[in-house]
Write a protein that binds this ligand. Structure first.
Ligand SMILES: Nc1ncnc2c1ncn2[C@@H]1O[C@H](COP(=O)(O)OP(=O)(O)OP(=O)(O)O)[C@@H](O)[C@H]1O
Length: 717
């Protein structure tokens, strides 16, 4: 070790020991105060403050910080070292900050500073603070042991830019079955997204591996810290593509000390809100249909049911249908509980159309019926003769039931079902509107709905109807909504979520180049921008990819260029080099033995997770059986999977989206399974970009036109 680094190491050892002494002292002091169980409000507040201090100190106790920034504020004589950790730690009496929380305004310097001698600044609650950075240092502390000290900027050194050395060290590590936090190496462009203001819809186009998911999770932790008076964790929600993906990302928020944030899929959330009145079709059927190979393959154009039903046009169509329903829904007949007494339809209409106008539709009906009942009770009270009263009461309850039956109480499902009937339109719906539904869609939807089954693309519509029928109560609204893999969401879904989200506070992330579910997803980000109030959106683009080696990124970019007229953006790799991508011809007869040999070879290196990516689900199931029978223990990842186990996985490529593996082996990359179409290029791109360190492309017969022409020193055959 160089002398200067040895000095740095010694200095940090001493500082670390002091920090631990202080943390231990505070923890002991807190342990000596028994928990408060009384009713005094002030004492209760103090107790909860002590509780949160205990929790923070427990986090800091093993890894108190990961970074140091020496910053000299303008007007100050000397730079002050700031130690940055996952939680802040203050000295008890002096309140001197021993460790700064990574989310605090001053900590933003640690992330946004990219080098140079010029003054830099950060946004503090009191305005901009300017000054000079002298040192940026990364520290690895594990279980109280200082393992590594890396200076990525030193004003007294030669290199005036912040170096990537520490980042590369972190990226070179192998992955297990969970996504991890990146607090120690958040990059400047990621930091701007994490710290962007709350009340805006952020739309983020990020290439594969640019840290979108990770950044979104860090943003939630930041919002909870920065806006602690305005947001609550249980009022924030993350929408992810499937449960396995949720399992995969489930470690990050607890690592950041954040709990209770809702994490779900759009379907699970919607079905719950619809009180499970309907069931979803088996979506693996749908996936098999869209991801089949060969000549029968369907085209993913705007006529696809998901595109039609996911459009804002359909939302507007429903709005009109609901308006037509509303106009005809008021009571059409007088109500008479017994002969000689009558409540006129005009009175009831007045209640329905004027007095309760601002209530949701079905609530209005409920309120009118409740009022009719009250009126009826009052009328009964006017009757003095006992036997008559008894008779009227009986008659009235049966007539009221009858009257209510003729004024249908719809659920979102029964209403929706009535719209999609091939036999004819409901009375209230105009012919023009009814005729706008494509005939084929009308028939297929009717067939599903008859079985009380809905397709994923029906859910936004059902929830929209629900919102009109029941309204959206406060407990169904969110303080902030994250949509991951948003390119697969429809505009209708996002518009619907906007109804449930306060102040347009959204983080919407995705990659158009990975839009493999184009039968429902968007083509351009404008489709979402148009949904929000002007001036309350912000667009970010993340082009640097952190996951894969340079070789893998160069290769994946070539695949996109060969298949897409205009890729959304090409990824820029960080300077991390690995082995070239291998394109290998493997005879089908030798496939199983070749996979086993390749996996065993990979495992002799540092590789811990391996994915064998397969074009279709059927093929992956067949290979899974054969590989296990041949003695290789692999996990099959199938649609509907709840957990991701790590190790060796066999996965249909479309299911691998969002995940990552140390090594990836894509098989069947021939001209039949991956012809030169936009759809296949996106699918193959998703597959290639799952790999961190090693990528192999296998084929038999003729290599896919999406890989065959690729030349360069990043590929070997
Ligand atoms: N600043 C960073 N420091 C260290 N690692 C990072 C950083 N940014 C991203 N990564 C790593 O890069 C990988 C990709 O991150 P993530 O999965 O969040 O990207 P993504 O953009 O959502 O990817 P995709 O669209 O391909 O699913 C993860 O292993 C993550 O830890």
């Amino acid at each position: 070790m160089e002398i200067s680094m040895q000095n740095a190491y010694d200095e940090e050892m001493k500082r670390l020991a002091d920090t631990f002494t202080e943390i231990d002292r505070q923890l002991q002091e807190l342990a000596s105060i028994p928990p408060y169980t009384g009713h005094d409000h002030t004492e209760q507040v103090l107790d909860s403050i002590r509780d949160s201090r205990r929790r923070n100190l427990a986090v800091a106790q093993s890894e108190p910080y990961f970074g140091r920034l020496d910053f000299q504020e303008s007007g100050h004589k000397e730079p002050l070292p700031l130690y940055i950790g996952k939680v802040g730690v203050e000295k008890d009496l002096t309140l001197e900050l021993m460790v700064v929380d990574w989310r605090a305004p001053v900590a933003s310097l640690f992330y946004s500073y990219t080098g140079g001698l010029d003054a830099t600044q950060y946004d503090s609650p009191d305005g901009l603070v300017e000054g000079l950075v002298f040192l940026k240092r990364n520290l690895v502390i594990r279980k109280q042991i200082l393992q590594r000290v890396v200076d990525t900027f030193d004003r007294n050194g030669d290199n005036m830019a912040v170096t990537d050395e520490f980042l590369l060290y972190r990226l070179g590590e192998n992955k297990d079955n969970k996504l991890r936090d990146i607090v120690s190496t958040i990059q400047s462009e990621q930091d701007s997204i994490i710290r962007a203001v709350k009340n805006s819809a952020l739309l983020i186009q990020g290439v594969a591996g640019s840290g979108k998911t990770t950044v979104a999770l860090h943003r939630l932790a930041y919002l909870l810290y920065q806006y602690r008076d305005q947001v609550r964790a249980e009022r924030m929600i993350i929408f992810a593509p499937n449960r396995m993906f949720l399992d995969y990302i489930s470690g990050v928020l607890p690592e950041l000390g954040v709990g209770d944030i809702q994490q779900t899929t759009f379907s699970d959330w919607a079905l719950e809100l619809l009180e499970h009145e309907v069931k979803l079709i088996d979506t693996s059927e749908q996936l098999r249909y869209w991801f089949q190979t060969g000549p029968g393959r369907p085209v993913m154009n705007d006529a696809a049911p998901g595109r039609w039903k996911g459009s804002i046009k359909f939302m507007q169509w429903l709005e009109q249908a609901l308006e037509q329903f509303e106009a005809s829904a008021a009571p059409h007949a007088d109500y008479s509980p017994w002969d000689g007494v009558k409540l006129s339809k005009q009175t009831m209409r007045q209640w329905y159309e004027v007095e309760y106008k601002h209530d949701p539709l079905m609530k209005r009906r409920e309120r009118v019926m409740a009022r009719v009942k009250r009126w009826q009770e009052m009328e009964l009270e006017k009757v003095w003769e006992v036997h008559l009263k008894k008779d009227y009461k009986k008659k009235a309850s049966s007539r009221l039931r009858d009257y209510a039956k003729h004024w249908t109480a719809y659920t979102p499902f029964t209403f929706y079902k009535e719209l999609f009937q091939t036999a004819g339109k409901p009375d209230y719906l105009s012919v023009e509107l009814y005729n706008e539904i494509p005939k084929e869609l009308l028939a297929s939807t009717e067939a599903h709905l008859k079985k009380k089954r809905v397709q994923p693309e029906d859910l936004a519509a059902l929830l929209f109807i629900r919102s009109k029928f029941q309204g959206i109560h406060g407990d169904l609204t969110f303080d902030h909504t994250v949509i991951d893999e948003a390119q697969d969401f429809s505009p209708f879904q996002v518009a619907l979520l906007n109804l449930h989200t306060r102040n347009q506070s959204f983080t919407i992330l995705g990659d158009l180049s990975q839009g493999i579910h184009a039968y429902q997803g968007i083509r351009k980000w404008d489709e979402f921008t148009a949904l929000f109030e002007e001036g309350k959106t912000a667009y970010f683009q993340l082009d640097r990819s952190y996951r894969s080696t340079m070789e893998i990124i160069y290769f994946a970019n070539e695949v996109l260029k060969l298949g897409l007229d205009q890729p959304a953006a090409l990824a820029i790799p960080v300077f991390r080099s690995g082995d070239p991508v291998q394109i290998v011809r493997v005879d089908e007869a030798k496939l199983i033995t070749s996979i086993i040999t390749a996996v065993q070879k990979l495992q002799t290196g540092e590789i811990s997770t391996v994915a064998i990516l397969v074009r279709t689900e059927a093929r992956s199931e067949a290979l899974y059986k054969k590989l296990n029978a041949a003695g290789l223990s692999v996990n099959l990842i199938a649609a509907g999977q709840q957990h991701y186990e790590g190790g060796i996985s066999i996965v249909p490529t479309f299911m691998a989206k969002g995940l990552e593996f140390d090594a990836v082996l894509i098989i069947d990359v021939d001209d039949v399974h991956y012809p030169a179409t936009e759809q296949d290029a996106k699918l193959l791109y998703v597959g290639c970009t799952r790999a961190l360190h090693s990528l192999q492309i296998w084929y038999d017969g003729t290599a896919s036109p999406l890989v065959d022409p690729i030349q360069g020193d990043f590929v070997i055959r």
